[in-house]
Design a binder for this molecule. Sequence first.
Ligand SMILES: Cc1ncc(COP(=O)(O)O)c(C=O)c1O
Length: 382
Amino acid sequence: MKRVSSECMSDRSHHTEAVHGGLDPSELARYGVAIDTMLDFSSNLLPFGPAPSVRRAVESVSLDRYPDRDCNQLRDAIAKRYGVDRETLLVGNGCSELIHLVASAFVDSHRHTLIVGPTFTEYQRATRIAGGTVRFVTAEANDGFAVDVDVIDHAVSSQTSLKVVWICNPNNPTGQSVAKSDLVDLIQRHPHVVFVVDESYIEFAENTESLLDTEHENLVVLRSMTKAYCIAGLRLGFAKLPENLHRTLRGRRIPWSVNSIAQAAGVAAIQDVAYYNEAMARLQDAKQDFLCKLTARSLTPLASDTGFFLLPVNDASEIRKQLIAQGMVVRDCHSFGLDNFLRIAVLAPSHNRRLVAALTRLLSNSPSPNLTPPSLRDPRIQ
Ligand SMILES: Cc1ncc(COP(=O)(O)O)c(C=O)c1O
């Protein structure tokens, strides 16, 4: 894992631009392809749609009233589902709103951020918009993108103006997780630094341990609800945080940022445990099958704890373009600093087979770069 590095000035001048996955209507229009028929392997959403109960809840919302600013019903539902105190919960217009809220509250030109990368670029963008500087510790392909907690510990200890550490667990885009005990040790060793642990992809993971059930004065746990519940169009996420931090963030919110439809959908989704458990089990089966099919064609997907994985390729941007022409969008990882990787979300088995066939054709004349760590050459890849 690479030790601390700082952002360079040329990066800072671009702080308003963001690259994300998902179908981009403007880009697809430039290519002259229809958005409705595209298969989206770039968004990391549950591929089976929202529960029917969520659709019913959305239809019954009355549109002529302001939404509940405190999202009381939704906080009750989340509190019940995860066994946490509702007073520790703050709901946002997507996890993205909460990321920016955290940065705006705790970062400025004197208080900086450490990002455990390569990871979701919005932590960096939010820090810059808040006027702070970003430092990185970066996991590397040769180590299977494993995170070395001692490197983080050392980086935190040696930076006096550090206020926030961002850790995505499991991580986007590498799919790697950090053990709960390691995170708790770090959080306890540095009580004056706010640790933000983003668990937006944890519902897709079988073995990553959540920090929702831990209480620390310097811990913010973030969850997106758009991915695992497949309601990305509605925007919904929540934070769990102690009273001192809750008060600070609450005071900075935009009023009514979470609309009534999103709140009703969130309540229904949280309560429909049977639908989502069954869908996640189907996703795990589809993932195993997808990875086996790719490895059987001599491609080398990296092990991942969550519902997407990295695939090393020689020219990610070109392959992405060629796949769009065939009706499929994958994530080219250039904006994460990973030029030779695609990030691919698991979809339904028939769609995954389409991508395997297309990748096999495209990559048969261009073998993957040798970036696969030794442990992942095991045929029982997970
Ligand atoms: C790690 C991570 N956190 C948060 C988000 C934002 O989630 P939301 O759709 O809830 O704003 C994303 C979106 O891609 C993400 O990858």
